[in-house]
Ligand binder design. Structure first.
Ligand SMILES: NC(=O)c1ccc[n+]([C@@H]2O[C@H](COP(=O)([O-])OP(=O)(O)OC[C@H]3O[C@@H](n4cnc5c(N)ncnc54)[C@H](OP(=O)(O)O)[C@@H]3O)[C@@H](O)[C@H]2O)c1
Length: 308
């Protein structure tokens, strides 16, 4: 039987996937036609990235899964019409990209690169070693754990925080609401790789920013709503936070009038920390479709109640 796979993402992504996805499906032994439009009742799988064309999943009565091209699913997970299983993207190449981005940003702050690059004066000021730098990773999932392990391999004093306990992270970890304060206390660099859920929204607010070491660096490649912007601006003004490097924002693109743009102590990055790479992402989608067709459990299935 030939499956019908609906590609429902913004048009720019079609060119990235129109060839690699059918090839990946074929490599998995799946006969499928990849289409951008179809009778909803005839669609077997939906490959999805947020777009305005598809907001009502109810007519897709035959669809066995919605397979997200994105790691973050906050824009679809609460859709009341979505009754089909939802899988998020766990792409090894995306993960690799995130590890590189986080490592670069942490090293940049750790080594005071902003201060030292371009300084046309003989100032001998050596940064501490990584072994003396306290870095906290909020979120120890696919991305947070991989990035934290890279930082640990560089000898940073890494601490992690997650919802559930971790026993084999390779560095000290805390979990749950009560674990947030001990995880953040005294951190000189904090990286947020949490999903955007009701439980994580505003996790960095006036109170939690106050637990960091004075002058700490905040690096957010997770999601904008994890940080209360007003609290961050106040913490920057007070020197409690020395610098914020932000890849994600409450509103994207970041509006031109937003105060972040004008500040030397905020680095604005246009949501490029890590992207799904079509060659590998297509393989992940195809493998999941093969699993579903074989009656195996879907990988990376989103828990609707948790929101990630
Ligand atoms: N900027 C970019 O370019 C970019 C690219 C890709 C992804 N992202 C963002 O990165 C996020 C993380 O991706 P991922 O693949 O690592 O996700 P993931 O595998 O689902 O991991 C999420 C982590 O957050 C923890 N967490 C969730 N809710 C929590 C809570 N209430 N309290 C404490 N910890 C909580 C989870 O804890 P448990 O381990 O206990 O479940 C887990 O460790 C995505 O959701 C997305 O928003 C950004």
């Amino acid at each position: 039987m030939t499956l019908t796979v609906l590609f429902s993402a913004r048009p720019a992504l079609w060119d990235d996937y129109r060839t690699v996805l059918p090839a990946a499906l074929s490599a998995e032994g799946i006969a499928a036609r990849l289409v951008r439009m179809a009778d909803p009742a005839e669609v077997d799988y939906i490959v999805y990235a947020p777009n305005d064309d598809l907001t009502d999943f109810a007519p897709f009565t035959r669809a066995k899964a919605v397979l997200s091209l994105f790691a973050g699913v906050e824009r679809i997970v609460g859709n009341p019409t979505l009754t089909q299983p939802l899988c998020r993207m766990v792409d090894p190449a995306l993960c690799e990209g995130m590890v590189e981005w986080v490592t670069a940003q942490v090293l940049r702050h750790h080594l005071w690169l902003d201060r030292n690059i371009g300084r046309r004066a003989w100032v001998q000021e050596a940064p501490p070693l990584a072994r003396d730098r306290r870095v906290t990773m909020l979120g120890l999932g696919e991305l947070g754990l991989a990035a934290a392990r890279m930082l640990r391999a560089l000898n940073f004093r890494v601490t992690g925080w997650s919802r559930s306990p971790k026993t084999d992270a390779g560095f000290p970890t805390f979990h749950g609401e009560d674990g947030l304060k001990p995880a953040l206390e005294g951190a000189e660099i904090v990286v947020t790789l949490l999903p955007d859920t009701p439980a994580t929204r505003g996790i960095l607010d006036a109170r939690s920013l106050g637990w960091l070491a004075p002058g700490a660096a905040v690096i957010n490649p997770g999601r904008g709503p994890l940080i209360e912007d007003a609290a961050l601006l106040a913490a920057l003004d007070a020197g409690q936070v020395g610098h914020a490097t932000l890849d994600v924002f409450h509103t994207e693109p970041l509006p031109p009038e937003h105060p972040f743009w004008a500040r030397a102590d905020v680095t604005v990055s246009p949501h490029i920390a890590a992207v799904s790479r079509p060659a590998t992402a297509a393989t992940v989608i195809a493998a999941n479709i093969r699993r579903a067709e074989a009656g195996e459990t879907l990988l990376h299935r989103v828990d609707r109640a948790r929101g990630y």
